[in-house]
Design a protein around this ligand. Structure first.
Ligand SMILES: Cc1ncc(COP(=O)(O)O)c(C=O)c1O
Length: 357
């Protein structure tokens, strides 16, 4: 390989499209409205339409999107929120930030929250359920919606890794997106959004993102300062148009990796029947992760681990053990391979050859 194989797409995306992004950012800034400019409203409208929602409210990060979704849903002290045992930290830390308690639930074979385990973990204090579309594969909207309806639980979708997948951003009462620089639709910085159909929730979210100011200009409720810069919104809007092509390329790479793994002792986490996957991450399971990571590193192929321990083992959540055998086993075995639209055919072949070996 002439240059190192990059785990993330950011540098190569900028090399290919940076001139256009720079011009779009300049145009957004030339309006004089670096925050809440027309580019933000235009991006929000495009995102809402893409996900089939009435409203998209852009905020400063996916982490804030989750926190605001909980607050808008009325989650607070005394409430419990069901969360999967495997995810990025923000899926559960937002619950503590809202003053509520996360209740960790074991995962299904595709490492998303297991609904049978959720049923067992439910108590009268359960107020909400955060369903994570882990690695880019959505949860089953019908099964999760039925669970929420049956148990009177607010369903919040953490779609941070799955934007572009069929039904991503449309599951439950509120859906949360992230545009952090590693995501499939990445901002030049941090960014997020909450999607919903409910006008009242959208109004609450707009107040939350800027100091609780209401439509009469009064600071009526407690709010924060969490805004998507106009320059970022302009770039994100442009990227929405490329998303389909980029996703198709990641799916083709995932198919090549699947094919290569079929001849090995490693197994892809894979796609659940009837579900859609955009391969934000390509994750395999292997009995000897360290050996495989070392072999790939020696061939110049970077890998990462998502995630090396269940969330409840993090000190912030108490750090203790839980009865989540599926999550425990997965966290010992998962390894993520590089996957993005700017890997060349030669690089993909290099990875598949190394896997076959
Ligand atoms: C599943 C999941 N939830 C939430 C987040 C938080 O998003 P952000 O980094 O934009 O705050 C991320 C990404 O970082 C994520 O992967």
């Amino acid at each position: 390989m002439s240059e190192p194989l990059p785990f993330f797409a950011a540098q190569r995306t900028w090399a290919e499209h940076g001139q256009r992004y720079a011009a779009l950012m300049a145009e957004a800034l030339a309006t004089g409205q670096a925050l809440q400019g027309p580019a933000v409203a235009a991006f929000e409208a495009a995102l809402a339409e893409r996900c089939g929602r009435r409203h998209a409210v852009a905020v400063g990060s996916g982490t804030d999107a989750l926190f605001f979704a909980l607050v808008a849903a009325g989650v607070g002290p005394g409430d419990e929120v069901l969360v999967p045992a495997i995810s990025f930290i923000a899926t559960a830390s937002c619950v503590l930030r809202a003053g509520a308690m996360p209740v960790f639930v074991d995962v299904d074979p595709w490492l998303r929250l297991d609904l049978d385990a959720a049923r067992a973990a439910r108590t009268p204090a359960t107020k909400a359920l955060i369903a994570v579309d882990l690695y880019g594969q959505t949860v089953d909207p019908d099964a999760f919606t039925a669970f929420a309806t049956e148990h009177g639980t607010v369903l919040i979708e953490d779609a941070a890794q799955a934007l572009g997948a069929q039904s991503a951003g449309s599951i439950g009462r509120l859906s949360c997106c992230s545009f952090d620089p590693t995501k499939t639709i990445a901002a030049p910085g941090s960014g997020g959004a909450v999607l919903c159909d409910d006008d009242e929730a959208a109004t609450r979210l707009r107040r939350l993102r800027w100091h609780g100011r209401d439509e009469d200009g009064r600071f009526a409720t407690l709010g924060y300062n969490s805004q998507l810069p106009s320059a970022s919104a302009a770039v994100l809007h442009d990227k929405l148009a490329y998303d389909v092509t980029w996703t198709a390329r990641r799916r083709a790479i995932a198919a090549a990796y699947d094919e290569a793994l079929a001849h090995t002792e490693h197994r892809p986490v894979g796609v659940a029947p009837g579900r859609d996957h955009v391969f934000h991450k390509y994750v395999l399971r292997t009995p000897d992760r360290a050996a495989l990571a070392d072999t790939l590193a020696a061939a110049g192929i970077p890998t990462r681990i998502h995630y090396d321990r269940p969330l409840y083992r993090e000190p912030v959540f108490g750090g203790g053990a839980h009865d989540c055998p599926a999550a425990e086993a997965a966290c010992r075995e998962v390894l993520s391979l590089p996957i993005h639209a700017y890997l060349s055919d030669a690089e993909v072949e290099h990875v598949t050859a190394a896997l076959r070996k």
